[in-house]
Design a protein. Structure first.
Length: 45
């Protein structure tokens, strides 16, 4: 079941937060989201 259902799915409100932060010069949220969507089956704590 875990092989076909990703743990992480990009949500619009999270992307908006990452974009807003990136526009202010803070890319931490953006890179965290990028890592999660590139590896959606890995567990992040």
């Amino acid at each position: 079941m875990l092989k076909v259902n990703p743990l992480h799915v990009l949500r619009n409100h999270l992307l908006e937060l990452a974009i807003n932060d990136a526009e202010q010069g803070d890319f931490n949220c953006f890179y965290r989201l990028l890592d999660q969507i590139q590896n959606p089956f890995e567990n992040y704590s």
